[in-house]
Design a protein around this ligand. Structure first.
Ligand code: FAD
Ligand code: NAP
Length: 879
């Protein structure tokens, strides 16, 4: 049974039929008065909700109120890093630079507050300290450090992703008697470093922006660097003319494109793969990224740089070469070169003269990897090798990102559950917006949203609109509470993790992973699927009647349970790309053309991993020689042998057609893989392929040793129709008393010619292998009268006494249920079975080596299961 995608239950809500609920003081309390809080107040007012915001700050601005360090500016072009909800606001504001300074952005946000008269609903200099859900009265009780207590129906944390500075976890921090500054809490009156010796700890974006300007004033600057960062020149100047022109031409279209983009602003998306591009194309793109001075230029030089290490290394090498070209002292240059993580897996930076600053005689870099800080002292900083006396220390040591402000408030939801406890193993949200157990609590750019991986102005606007529209919809429908279901939330968490797992990002210690804060659970925090995909998911949730939410009130309770994204992200992309090709359905082509198209598509596939050696040969079949290809691992042999049959509906392909998969299986299972061809339909119909497969299996078993294998350690396997043949010949081998099989490996097998399983309907369309194509394969291969023959439908055969079996099924495969049925049938007769479920996979995605990256996990699990089963002492086949 598959998890359903939706189901609505409606019941009356006992306490909410009439006017029984207390009226709260306010409809909405908002925490924060930065970009998010300001827009929230504006929208809520427009929709007729009463609302109040609180901020610890003394004025509006959030990030731009607090981060006043020298050099602070945005690193998304300000043409894009601004509100877009009001054309008049846009028209009346002119940015002076491509990347505006902190004072200019703060003036802008003050202007927004004035223009929409927002300050009258903001309480400044006041921290929200606690919020408690009252389940009887359906409201939040919110407390502040000023001793206020206020009740509200809905409570929104617009408290920022990067608003809680991380305390520097360095011994002796409290001992220093000089001046201490935090970039994230910079004094409003500014700091004059003239004539002073300054230490800067930290070389993330804040350090990289501030160091060149501090060096302009200070007598001496010592930079304490733990991990070097990738930074490219911002090339600041006037706002980019091409962006201004595009906005002037069609503002609406430009803003719409931003929302349909991955990063929340229009930019060129390349299809050039670093791994395969020509050298001159690579060079041009790399230099272009360096010259352009945009973050998404650096993270998007190549389409594959975030998933492919070799491609990523090209970009990293380029930045390192540039650093070496700028910094005079080769030792300092090397220390500034990031080498321990792929580019983009920590947040990269844009700078102005950062690397050149290290050529100044009064600036020194201390590489903490070589000489770690042992202690801060009364007079400076001690490392393992030296003492550095200084007058001032600047901590640019970052933030407790994404969750810090959220768990910084003592939030208690239903049944006394605190958010801190609920998230003790890492945050858990639905769409990054809400968390189960905390009705009516919203987060703006919470964990699980694109937020920090995007232009946040766009991410924030979309979130605010989702939340405020949801409140308006609740009110219109007679509901007063909304909460995600456990299933919806778990599904979203899984999707967020799956998306990240495809990329190189989770492998690096970064604040995206919570790794910068000691003790914080290591979970990839933002949603890496992109603003566009995220908005699609949100729109789908609303369009399907608030899928994944329970809403209740005087209208009763509606639980519309379900998971919005079950398919793996890269499978989704693959299916979309195939769709865009608009190829004719194979079943409309006739066998020769279908074979031609199949072969052409196979030829475009990446080659798969290297193996020790590959050899081609023939073996005797019942009507003539059968071609085979043998893949031998690079590890010392002899190895177990896998006799493999290719997919292609008994009609298409040959012994080389699944080349990348066979290489992959050889490496993962550490086996000799012998891929054998067989006669194809419609020219040779059932049971020709079975007869060939049987002969091949006998031959491979007899010749295991000369193939480089271990005699007696033969497994039979295949993919799709090839797995059908493997299952059939395993039954025949059992009945014939040999050859002895160590195991069988059935990848997305065809096991039942009735084609009546529910997955034929559920997954019958739009997923490459369609029900129609499968029926064409069957009709071409086998007469209807023969389909109940176990040699065609092994599910209908006797299953006792078969060798240990690994069955792999794909969630979005028309053949899924017959694979499941085969695994269950075998297990029921006592055959040791491992059923590997390709969660979120389609029939064709699992074998697509180096195309569908998420498929690798499934193949790895299958390979490990095979090794475990084949090594079990229980020798079922010979019992
Ligand atoms: P914030 O601006 O962080 O505002 C949250 C507010 O909530 C703060 O004022 C805080 O005081 C208040 N608050 C938190 N907890 C409480 C509480 N318990 N009680 C009362 N008040 C509370 N993003 C980009 O897209 N592009 C950029 O170029 C960019 N540059 C950045 C530069 C710096 C130096 C930093 C730190 C971040 C940058 N960001 C950038 C991210 C930036 O945080 C967001 O773009 C955006 O400003 C966030 O707005 P916000 O309103 O959601 O949160
Ligand atoms: P950050 O990227 O987390 O950088 C913190 C730096 O401090 C890192 O170099 C870190 O080293 C170092 N550090 C932390 N603790 C340390 C310790 N105990 N000892 C020695 N070094 C220590 O923080 P940030 O620079 O404030 O930037 C945070 C985010 O805010 C950015 O990634 C970006 O999203 C945003 N931001 C943007 C801009 C902009 O250009 N618009 C400017 C500033 C900030 P390790 O790497 O080894 O942990």
């Amino acid at each position: 049974m598959q998890a359903g995608t939706g189901g609505t239950t409606v019941a009356r809500h006992p306490g909410s039929d009439g006017p029984g609920l207390d009226a709260p003081d306010l409809d909405v309390v908002v925490v924060g008065a930065g970009f998010s809080g300001l827009y929230l107040l504006h929208r809520l007012r427009r929709l007729g909700f009463s609302a109040r915001a609180y901020d610890t700050a003394g004025d509006v601005g959030g990030t731009w109120y607090w981060n006043r360090y020298p050099g602070a500016r945005c690193d998304i072009p300000t043409t894009d890093y601004a509100f877009s909800f009001d054309p008049e606001l846009e028209a009346e504001w002119t940015w002076t630079e491509k990347y505006a300074t902190q004072p200019e952005i703060l003036s802008y946000l003050r202007h927004v507050a004035d223009r929409f008269d927002l300050r009258r609903d903001i309480v400044f200099d006041t921290a929200v300290t606690a919020a408690r859900w009252d389940d009887g009265r359906h409201l939040w009780e919110v407390s502040t450090d000023a001793g206020d207590a206020v009740t509200c129906r809905w409570y929104v944390m617009a408290s920022g992703c990067l608003s809680v500075p991380k305390p520097p976890d360095i011994p002796g921090v409290d001992r220093f008697r000089g001046d201490v500054y935090f970039t994230g809490r910079w004094p409003h009156e500014g700091v004059d470093f003239t004539g002073r010796r300054v230490a800067v700890v930290g070389t993330g974006s804040s350090g990289i922006q501030s160091i060149p300007l501090i060096a302009r004033q200070a007598e001496q600057v010592t930079v304490f660097q733990r991990t070097p960062n990738f930074s490219i020149p911002a090339r600041n100047g006037p706002p980019p003319p091409e962006r201004l022109a595009a906005l002037a031409e069609d503002r609406e279209a430009y803003r719409a494109e931003a929302r349909r983009s991955r990063g929340g602003m229009p930019y060129e998306v390349t299809e050039v793969m670093g791994a395969t591009a020509d050298e001159d194309v690579r060079r041009e793109r790399l230099e272009g990224a360096w010259q352009r001075g945009e973050l998404f230029g650096l993270t998007g030089v190549f389409a594959d740089q975030n998933v492919n290490r070799a491609s990523n290394a090209l970009v990293a090498d380029m930045v390192r070469d540039k650093i070496r070209g700028i910094v005079d002292d080769p030792a300092v240059a090397e220390a500034l070169c990031p080498t321990t993580y792929p580019v983009g897996t920590k947040r990269p930076c844009l700078d102005t003269d950062y690397y050149a600053t290290f050529n100044l005689p009064h600036v020194r870099l201390v590489d903490l990897r070589r000489q770690p800080i042992t202690s801060i002292t009364e007079t400076g900083i001690d490392t393992a090798d030296e003492s550095f006396p200084v007058d001032a220390i600047v901590y640019a040591t970052g933030f407790d990102a994404m969750t810090g402000a959220l768990v910084g408030v003592d939030i208690t939801g239903r049944d006394g559950l605190t958010l801190r406890d609920h998230w003790s193993a890492g945050p858990s949200t639905y769409l990054g917006l809400m968390s189960e157990g905390f009705p009516n609590l919203f987060m703006i750019t919470g964990p699980g949203s694109p937020s920090v991986l995007a232009n946040m102005a766009v991410a924030i606007e979309q979130h605010v609109e989702f939340v405020t529209d949801a409140l308006a919809d609740l009110r219109a429908a007679g509901y007063d509470t909304i909460e995600p279901t456990p299933r919806a939330e778990a599904g979203w968490n899984q999707h967020v993790a799956d998306c990240a797992a495809i990329t190189l990002l989770p492998g690096t210690d970064s604040w995206y992973m919570g790794a910068n804060v000691p003790g914080k659970p290591r979970v990839f925090l933002p949603y890496i699927g992109g603003v566009d995909r995220y908005i699609d998911a949100c729109e789908e949730v609303v369009g399907r009647g608030y899928l994944g939410f329970t809403r209740s009130g005087r209208a009763g309770t509606t639980c519309n349970d379900g998971v919005v994204r079950r398919m793996q992200y890269d499978v989704m992309l693959l299916l979309e790309a195939m769709d865009a090709l608009a190829l004719p359905p194979l079943e409309t082509l006739g066998a020769p053309d279908a074979r031609g198209l199949w072969a052409a598509m196979s030829a475009m596939a990446p080659p798969g991993p290297d193996v020790g050696d590959i050899a081609d040969g023939t073996l005797p079949g019942p009507t003539g020689p059968l071609a085979y290809r043998r893949y031998r691992p690079a590890t010392p042999g002899p190895h177990p042998v896998l006799c493999y049959f290719h997919g292609g509906g008994w009609m298409l392909g040959d012994q080389t057609a699944d080349d990348p998969l066979c290489r992959d299986l050889s490496v993962r299972t550490d086996s000799v893989v012998v891929s054998v061809d067989y006669r194809h339909a419609p020219e040779a119909r059932f049971p020709a392929a079975v007869d060939d497969a049987r002969a091949a299996l006998d031959w491979v078993a007899d010749h295991a040793e000369e193939l480089g294998g271990i005699p007696g350690r033969v497994t039979v396997g295949g993919y799709s129709a090839g797995a059908n043949l493997a299952a059939v010949v395993a039954q025949q081998a059992r009945d014939a008393g040999g050859p002895h099989l160590a195991a069988q490996l059935l990848l997305c097998p065809v096991t039942d010619g009735t084609t009546e399983h529910p997955s034929y309907v559920e997954n019958g369309e739009g997923k490459m292998l369609t029900a129609g194509l499968m029926r064409w394969f069957w009709d071409s291969y086998c007469d209807p009268s023969d389909r109940r023959d176990p040699r065609a439908s092994p599910l209908l055969g006797r299953l006792e006494g078969l060798p240990p079996t690994v069955v792999v099924t794909a969630e979005f495969d028309p053949l899924r249920d017959e694979g499941v049925a085969y695994a269950e049938g075998l297990a029921a007769t006592g055959v040791p079975v491992r059923h590997v479920v390709g969660r979120g996979q389609a029939h064709t995605s699992i074998p697509m080596v180096d195309v569908v990256i998420s498929g690798a996990r499934v193949r790895q699990e299958a390979a490990e299961a095979l090794r475990a089963l084949a090594d079990t002492p229980m020798d079922v086949a010979t019992r």
